[in-house]
Design a protein around this ligand. Structure first.
Ligand SMILES: Cc1ncc(COP(=O)(O)O)c(C=O)c1O
Length: 424
């Protein structure tokens, strides 16, 4: 048999398997409580309403539902999205909108459009693993920026330092990738001040910003902060922000529909990039979503979802407080939205190694190291609070806490506890 590896392109050789997807395979046993996946809670899906919308759409559009559509996206859906965005204070026209096969396609289109091998993207340390994978598959690199200790966005001093160093090394930096609302994996939400500071930086350095916002509407505590896209409109209105949205977390990920909001010339370029990928986005999904949105029920569904997640998030925080070992170096984020929180552990705990012990105790998380392009941190984990039931959350946190306690005990009983031979 011919060995495929000798035939692969450099791009294909750069494609890395998602660590998360590999680990998720281990968590598929029925008795494991998994905080590892990023799945929305199935009880939030408006199943019946989407079924009715599909019936109506078939009656209304008939064969058009089954035909190819334009690459830009279906006009009925675009009109609904324009109205929906306008309710949230984002003004845009048809020419600023491109419908995609959810956000992951957009994340693949952007490096395809912007990156030559070796080009760099500025992104958080940690950041969304699907974005890292896409950038790597076009032989791009990531200039990682840590978050501030206040968890309100990038550490701007580090951004300047690392950026200037990369420039001095003659690196070509093309865009900044951020998830300002309830980041995956950390749950961090950027303050308005930090969003403005990032825009100022991008204006000064002539960089584009890709604002990935799948969790923007999944805010269940506090007041919304303007998006970076909106802030640009109010500041210098240079059109440097490319805003990515999706139905995955606000309605249902199985619809596989998202949208990109950007300046017209950028949209036109993205349309060309998309043509070779899939000609057009799934028409059935687009039409059923257009029909669903026309009922005016989208916001109500989101509010219901936020209510469910608020309770689950509060419950998980309460249980973490109750069961986790009490130490200054064991902390977790307290997100005001999204699906995840991030646990930082004592430096001597390697969550990659602990993962297998956790599986033995029938609980799973995602290893923190999966969210780094290079030099991963090993003493953190991402846990999801949207999917598990309340009972599973309590039992899972208990199991996780006992796993961590065992690591701490083993460390405390380590070299310090042992008597070493004299002279060593
Ligand atoms: C930050 C971020 N961006 C993009 C995606 C991709 O979402 P989708 O392709 O379902 O829209 C996800 C999925 O979890 C995500 O967390």
């Amino acid at each position: 048999m011919q060995d495929i590896s000798a035939y692969l392109s450099a791009n294909a050789n750069n494609m890395k398997k998602s660590v998360i997807r590999e680990l998720l395979k281990l968590t598929n046993q029925p008795d494991i409580i998994s905080f590892a996946g990023g799945l929305p809670a199935p009880e939030t899906f408006p199943v019946e309403e989407l079924r009715e919308a599909t019936d109506r759409a078939f009656r209304k559009y008939g064969d058009k539902m089954l035909q190819y559509g334009t690459t830009e996206g279906d006009n009925d859906l675009k009109a609904q999205i324009i109205a929906y965005e306008s309710e949230q204070g984002v003004q845009l026209g048809m020419q600023n909108l491109l419908i995609t096969s959810a956000s992951q396609q957009a994340l693949d289109m952007l490096p395809k459009l912007f990156l030559d091998p070796g080009d760099m993207v500025i992104a958080g340390r940690p950041t969304y693993v699907g974005a890292i994978q896409a950038i790597q598959s076009y032989q791009g690199k990531i200039l990682g920026i840590p978050f501030s200790s206040a968890n309100d966005g990038f550490d701007m001093v580090e951004l300047e330092k690392r950026y200037q160093r990369a420039r001095a090394d003659r690196k070509r930096i093309k865009y900044i990738y951020v998830i300002p609302d309830f980041q995956n994996p950390s749950g961090i939400c950027w303050s308005e001040e930090k969003r403005r500071a990032l825009l100022e930086f991008a204006y000064r350095e002539n960089l584009f910003i890709v604002e990935d916002a799948p969790y923007r509407e999944i805010r269940f505590i506090g007041e919304p902060v303007p998006s970076i896209y909106q802030l640009d409109q109010h500041m210098e209105n240079r059109g440097i922000v490319i805003n990515l949205k999706t139905f995955s977390k606000i309605l249902a990920p199985g619809t596989r529909i998202g949208w990109i909001i950007a300046r017209e010339d950028i949209i036109q370029r993205l349309v060309i990039a998309k043509q070779a990928m899939d000609l057009c986005t799934n028409m059935l999904s687009q039409k059923l979503l257009a029909e669903f949105m026309a009922t005016g029920r989208t916001r109500a569904v989101i509010e219901r979802t936020c209510g469910i997640y608020r309770e689950k998030r509060n419950f998980m925080l309460e249980k973490l407080e109750q069961y986790m070992p009490k130490r200054f170096d064991l902390t977790w984020t307290k997100p005001e939205g999204g699906l995840f929180l991030w646990i930082s552990l004592p430096h001597f705990i390697d969550t990659d190694k602990m993962f297998y012990k956790a599986i033995e105790k029938k609980v799973a998380y995602v290893v923190g190291s999966a969210f780094y392009f290079d030099n991963p941190e090993h003493n953190a984990m991402r846990i999801n609070f949207s999917y598990s039931s309340f009972e599973q959350i309590e039992e899972g946190v208990k199991r996780l806490a006992s796993c961590i306690q065992e690591e701490i005990d083993a460390h405390d009983a380590g070299p310090r506890g042992q008597t070493l031979p004299e002279g060593v």
